[in-house]
Design a protein around this ligand. Structure first.
Ligand SMILES: NC(=O)C1=CN([C@@H]2O[C@H](COP(=O)(O)OP(=O)(O)OC[C@H]3O[C@@H](n4cnc5c(N)ncnc54)[C@H](O)[C@@H]3O)[C@@H](O)[C@H]2O)C=CC1
Ligand SMILES: C[C@@H](CO)CCC[C@@H](C)[C@H]1CC[C@H]2[C@@H]3[C@H](O)CC4=CC(=O)CC[C@]4(C)[C@H]3CC[C@]12C
Length: 414
């Protein structure tokens, strides 16, 4: 890891709706001249429509918060897409609306922990984008289940690629693979090569780190047919945007408290956040460019980043919850850290006592409190340099879209 190299062209513009035009945008920076040049020197994927639509993509976890955005972004932005397979434990009803467009959309209900189900879904795919996983830092599931889904599930995806001849695999990893670590050491404006002691105890980051390692180590393995598997991993920081359940949980918490949220985290603690649409765009772009730049990108990790501002977790959430009528009380934490730690520990005890009766999984627990209290921000341009990534959505667009979503789903439009 750490190999560096040149960038690549490729800017997209996202238009709404699954059946929308998937025109390939002009070559970055050349404007109208770019369109003229494309007539003379068509870019990969600019072949006529018969050749253009030739690839089969599989998205695991395609009905999740990120997965749905990846699915919709592929349908809008990938001109070579012939078939899009969506593999998930829980299929969403919205998939039906996607079946009216020119791309064949195949919904597959399946479990990544079941190797045979994964192999059946992967067989014949050119590209796999593996987002499926258990994102649980609230004690909802057991450590064993987290490991089974996130690690064994990823192992099953890798082996399916090898056994069936799929050559390109993009894995949705996480910032948590790096940190914050168990020592609470800050990671301030770090990049993919910043030294940092990535030591974890919680089952979620441990599972993501193990899964990422499996994916990167699989780069170069021979798949059926004798060609090498090309893999890479994307590390989003805290993703926000349409469909973010934790944002909804904060909103509901504020409503229960009379339109107020009470500051628990110092405003000075910065937490990196990234808009879901830009994370989806990076997945689409890396999956495309991985096919042309295997030597440079194979086995690499890339943080997902955009122009979202560096703020504390709570202050960042207020960018969206404020316009929806909530107020964050306090310029500094209203409770001392030791009391917050006691309340967090009490939540763990209550969760254990109530488990035979109901699932009690509040936002505040020792792990989430430690995460929120440790600065973790990234500053990097590796994805731009390696495959021409630029955020598709500005901060202003990301903020507006997220506010509109909160207002729409919570009926809080003012
Ligand atoms: N939400 C965030 O802030 C971040 C998420 N990530 C990663 O992004 C990926 C997607 O996360 P989210 O969209 O937030 O989570 P999510 O829970 O909304 O989506 C995960 C999807 O995977 C599916 N899934 C779970 N277990 C499965 C199984 N055994 N077989 C098949 N499908 C299964 C779920 O049904 C769900 O649709 C995960 O790998 C997560 O680790 C990484 C960084 C930040
Ligand atoms: C003290 C609490 C009351 O205000 C604040 C609790 C905030 C937490 C729920 C969040 C703080 C940091 C978040 C995590 C971070 O964004 C990194 C993540 C990466 C992932 O791969 C999945 C999600 C998460 C673990 C994210 C989860 C929510 C927080 C812990």
């Amino acid at each position: 890891m750490g190999r560096e190299g040149g960038g690549a062209s490729g800017r997209g513009r996202c238009v709404a709706g699954p059946g929308a035009c998937r025109r390939r945008p002009p070559v970055a920076g050349l404007g109208g001249l770019g369109l003229w040049l494309q007539c003379l020197f068509p870019q990969p994927g600019m072949a006529d429509s018969a050749q253009a639509q030739k690839l089969v993509y599989l998205v695991t976890g395609g009905c999740g918060f990120l997965g749905e955005h990846v699915v919709r972004m592929l349908l809008q932005q990938e001109p070579q897409l012939r078939e899009l397979r969506i593999f998930d434990l829980h299929l969403g009803p919205w998939l039906e609306e996607l079946k009216t467009g020119p791309v064949q959309v195949t919904a597959i209900q399946g479990d990544v922990t079941q190797a045979h189900e994964v192999a059946a879904a992967v067989a014949g795919a050119h590209v796999v984008i593996h987002t499926a996983g258990l994102v649980d830092v609230f004690g909802k599931t057991s450590p064993e289940t987290i490991h089974e889904v996130n690690v064994q599930g990823t192992r099953n995806v890798i082996e399916a690629c090898v056994q069936t001849g799929t050559r390109f695999l993009v894995y949705t990893s996480s910032m948590e693979v790096v940190g914050p670590n168990i020592k609470g050491q800050p990671f301030y404006r770090g990049n993919e090569n910043t030294p940092y002691e990535a030591v974890h105890r919680h089952p979620y980051p441990c599972s993501k780190a193990l899964a990422e390692q499996l994916v990167l180590e699989a780069n170069g393995r021979k798949v059926l047919g004798g060609l090498p598997l090309v893999t890479c991993a994307l590390r989003p920081t805290g993703i926000y945007g349409e469909g973010h359940q934790i944002m909804r949980d904060f909103y509901h918490q504020g409503l229960r408290l009379g339109g107020r949220l009470f500051r628990a985290i110092p405003a000075s603690v910065e937490h990196g956040r990234v808009y879901v649409g830009n994370v989806a765009w990076m997945h689409v772009l890396v999956a495309r460019e991985l096919q042309h730049r295997a030597a440079l990108m194979g086995g690499q990790v890339y943080f997902c980043y955009d122009n979202s501002p560096y703020k504390s977790y709570e202050d960042f959430n207020m960018e969206f919850l404020g316009p929806c009528g909530l107020r964050l009380v306090g310029t500094r934490p209203l409770l001392p850290y030791w009391l917050l730690l006691f309340l967090a520990a009490l939540n763990v005890l209550l969760q254990w006592l109530l488990r035979p009766l109901l699932l009690y999984a509040p936002l505040l627990n020792p792990y989430t409190l430690a995460m929120a209290n440790t600065t973790f921000t990234v500053s990097t341009d590796k994805a731009r340099r390696h495959f021409g990534y630029e955020p598709l959505f500005s901060w202003e667009e990301s903020r507006t879209r997220t506010i509109r979503w909160v207002q729409a789903v919570e009926g809080s439009a003012q």
